[in-house]
Write a protein that binds this ligand. Structure first.
Ligand code: KIV
Length: 443
């Protein structure tokens, strides 16, 4: 595999709200339970949210945005339960995730968010107000001066409650006027913000533009050296992962992502894509950027979120889609035994095209094992019309004795339910002892 080895737990720098002691470390802020849950139809129960939060901690995310506490009593209770349990489970290396609650820029929301997260060892309040002309005029119906005043006062209010980790987001930053953005960000830094999150709320920017936005904020905002810059990229143009990576390359050291990329409308930047891009290419083309994620837990986390949110992962989804390691003729199967997550077994039916047989790196830039898949030839093989003679012969040799091969290719012996033709060979599913469920793309 071309991917770098996972960072050892001791490589994760100590947590200081407004500073990252290692300049190459990128914090992973997971918002599956907040932005992700805002996907239409993705409502989860409090128990499911707690399960997911435990899994996110196993995965090693730096920050869990556990919800929007003022939005409902259930959400408040879920955030509080996560803060109490997951937010206090410090591991042997001193790691415990930050537990964060979202709030609009008003005292009631901020107080409620604080009441929910304050039980965690590392509580964070995340407050936001829109700064784009369109949002200020049509949604907030507020002048720039008013927005600036509220942002400044509400960050100071959050700090006054005793919270030393306050994140501020200028909503729709991607379409906000630059000079105003710098002014608002400079003022909230003075008021005590520790992370400045830059949302491309409507997924409007392209990577070059978003990277430049982060670089310009870094160059022009007074006091920016004292805080962390973060990205939050929606996926309306399918550019959320690319924009997030561009933001990190331009100096952002926190990225906001969700498992399977779930989120409002077209979703959010997906954790697995961003993390694997950094793992795979961070050393080579991003100046050594890395995260603290234990990527071996990616597939299990993806399955859990798929199950609980009811939002299915498309087969061709990068990293966790069923065809992500298919290479023309293979498929990995994610099987939940009796639908129960703790017993889940994950199988990869390895790809067997000719190049793969010679060496996996011909088609695999990521090893399936790196994200928690097991290779298993026991489970069967998928043969496609592009599989090739070599793959088929190999599989036949694996399954049956040489002597049997001639007999096995005869239609008379086997039910030709599905027939795959390869020159003079005719092979049926039954021949290979496969269930039809594992056979795809029969030519
Ligand atoms: O998309 C957005 O702007 C948000 C903010 C609250 C960060 O979700």
């Amino acid at each position: 595999s071309a991917a770098a080895p996972p960072p050892s737990p001791s490589r994760r720098p100590p947590y200081i709200p407004n500073r990252i002691p290692d300049p190459n470390y990128v914090r992973i802020f997971d918002t599956t339970l907040r932005d992700g849950e805002q996907s239409p139809g993705a409502t989860m129960t409090s128990k499911e949210k707690l399960d997911i939060a435990r899994q996110l901690a196993k995965l090693g995310v730096d920050v869990i945005e556990a919800g929007f506490p003022t939005s409902s009593k259930d959400d408040f209770e879920a955030v509080k339960a996560i803060a109490l349990e997951v937010g206090n489970a410090v591991d042997a290396h001193g790691y415990v995730p930050v537990v964060c609650g979202l709030s609009r820029c008003n005292e009631k929301d901020i107080r409620t968010a604080w009441e929910a997260v304050r039980y965690a060892k590392r509580p964070r309040i995340h407050t936001f107000i829109a700064t784009s002309g369109i949002h200020m005029e049509h949604k907030l119906k507020m002048s720039k001066e008013k927005v600036l005043d509220i942002a400044r006062r509400m960050v100071a209010f959050a700090r006054s409650l005793g919270c030393d980790d306050v994140e501020f987001s200028p909503e729709d930053a991607g379409r906000s006027e630059r000079e105003f953005l710098y002014e608002v960000l400079g003022e909230v830094i003075k008021a005590g913000a520790t992370t400045l999150n830059i949302p491309d709320t409507v997924g409007y920017t392209i990577p070059e533009e978003f990277g430049k936005l982060i670089a310009d904020i870094k160059a022009n905002t007074p006091g920016i050296e004292n805080v962390i810059i973060s990205t939050h990229c929606q996926n309306d143009l399918g550019l959320s992962t690319a924009n997030t990576i561009a933001g990190a390359c331009a100096g952002a050291r926190q990225v906001e992502v969700t498992i399977n990329g779930i989120g409002e409308r077209a979703g959010n930047a997906s954790l697995e894509e961003v993390v694997m891009a950094l793992k795979c290419r961070g050393q080579h083309v991003m100046g050594g950027l890395y995260t603290g994620i234990n990527t071996h837990h990616i597939v299990m986390t993806s399955i859990m979120v798929e199950e609980y949110s009811g939002l299915h992962v498309q087969p061709h989804k990068a990293i966790v889609g069923a065809n992500a390691f298919a290479h023309e003729s293979g498929i990995h199967q994610k099987t939940l035994q009796q639908g129960r997550l703790p017993n889940a077994s994950i199988l990869l039916v390895a790809a067997q095209n000719d190049g793969m047989l010679k060496h996996p790196s011909t088609y695999e830039i990521i090893s399936p094992e790196d994200i928690g898949l097991e290779r298993s030839n026991e489970a069967g093989i998928v043969l496609g019309k592009l599989s090739g003679r070599h793959a088929l012969k190999n599989k036949l040799h694996e399954r049956v004795a040489d002597a049997d091969i001639r007999a096995l290719v005869s239609d008379e012996v086997f039910q030709p339910t599905v027939v795959w033709k390869l020159h003079d060979l005719q092979v049926t599913c039954g021949t290979l002892g496969l269930s039809t469920a594992t056979v795809k793309l029969i030519g």
